[in-house]
Every structure is written in structure tokens, then in C-alpha cells.
Design a protein around this ligand. Sequence first.
Ligand SMILES: Cc1ncc(COP(=O)(O)O)c(C=O)c1O
Length: 286
Amino acid sequence: MFWVDGESQQTIDILDRSFQYGDGCFTTMLVQGGQIQHFCDHRHRVDECLQALRIPGLDWNIVSLWLDNVIQHNQNNVLHGTESLQNINKLHNEKSGIKLHISRGSGGRGYSPLNVLKPMVTISSFDYPSHYNDWSKYGVQLGICSQALGLSPLLAGHKHNNRLEQILMKGEMDDAGEVDGVVLDISGHVIETTMANLFWRIKDKIYTPQLSQSGVAGVMRKRVLMALDSTEQFVKIGDYHLDQLLQADEVFMTNSILGIAPITRIRNTHFNIGPVTRSLQGQLNS
Ligand SMILES: Cc1ncc(COP(=O)(O)O)c(C=O)c1O
């Protein structure tokens, strides 16, 4: 189901600028036990993206109400009117996803955003991908994308509504029979995967790519950086080439729905699941 500006709705205006141009941003959040995980961080990233795109800010009191209503609606569906103990336990543990999508709104002339009245907020929910449990426990095997990300300093880090590069690269990985792949930029720097951020450890140092030219600055990446910072395991954030990543003693990927998952292979190079990955999973995976 979809909710547009708080109302259940299946259609949108054909002049909507996200439909026409990808003019907006989105975030996907994990819901567990009826609560959105790391909501403040998602909200902050949406605010930053709206600001970068010069889209008017949201009234978060109203958006939070809309999100609560969607979660409540889903919980009522699980209960189906029978408040059996089994169903109530299910509610407490159940994970699902919720997507908050913002379009600048409808109208303007061509690309010009002048005279667009107000942003449109679409909320949808989805089931927790069941294979993520195995990924988290046993690890993920990745390919390497031969297509490279362009440099886009105006939009780097933001989760805006244009995801064409990720679609091309995911298609390449589908063809290669891989579930996901390491993504580099056109300068040959490692950036992320098609759907997650990357971290790796070599001896006692942890590395992650800087994202000033491309990539999405993940909410879970931020949480991992904070967790490592609090134990004084400082992360080196910089430009790294593939050969450096492939020398790692352990590698893991992060996103808000998956949490933290070990990477056990990148193309032909195998990695053991390491202590930093398991410790962060203990702290941050719901
Ligand atoms: C390309 C890309 N990079 C990184 C991430 C991780 O972001 P987050 O931790 O906010 O889910 C995502 C999430 O979907 C993504 O699509």
C-alpha cells in the first residue's frame, strides 16, 4: 500500500517532478517492534538532501504522524483482530521496512522549480528480506562492477531519487550471477556496493571510502563510525583503490535494513568473518 500526504492512494499526478525528473529524495528505514530504528539520523539526512536540492523542508510533526499511522495499520494487519500471544510476540520481534519518499511536488516549467507549490510525501512499507538473516550470519559474496560511478560533487552523499547508476550496476551483477558488487568511481576509488556502504580492516586499522564525489552516506555507516569512535577505534576515511580493499583481514557492508553483514568473498578473493564485524553486529544489528 502507498500513502500520499497521509492518505491511502494508488496513483500520483503525472506532472509530479519526481516522476518527471527524479526531483526529490528518499530513505528506507528498518521498523522493529513498531519503532523506526535511527529515525533521527534518517530525518537529518532527508533534511540535508532537501536543503541541497532547495526543496522546502517538511513538517516533521505531520510526517511522523503519517509514519506512525502506516506502522499502526501494518500492526493491525498482523494482529487480524486476534490478540493471540503468538501474534503479540511476533509484533515485538517482527522486522519490516518503511520507505519515505519526497518529491518536490507537481509543476514548474521544464526543469525550473519556480511555482511548484509544495513537496509531496509518499510512504510505503515492505517485508523484511528474509535472506538478510543468512547474509548477516554467514556473509555475503560480492562481484566487482566494471561500470564506474561518475563524479557528482553536488549530489554526493545524498539519497536523491535518481538511482540510475545503481540500476545499471545491479543489472551487471545480476548478469554475472552475483547478489551485489563493489562499486568504484571513474577515478578507480572504491566507493560502496550497489546498495550498501563498505568498511574493511587491515591489521588494527579500519578503512571506509570518503563520499565527497559520489556514493550515498548511509545512516548505518554513520552509526558504525560513531560506535567505532566511542571505543577509540578510529576509522581512516579516504580514497582507496581496489588492491587495498582486497588485502583486508576482514570486510563488511552496512545499510539500514540489513544492518551490518560480513563479506566473505569479493570476486576471487576470500575473507574470514572478523572480530570487528561480529562486535559491531552485536552492538548495532537489531
Ligand atoms: C547506494 C547505496 N549506498 C549506501 C546505502 C546505505 O544507506 P543506509 O545505511 O542509509 O541504508 C544504500 C542504501 O540503500 C544505498 O542504496
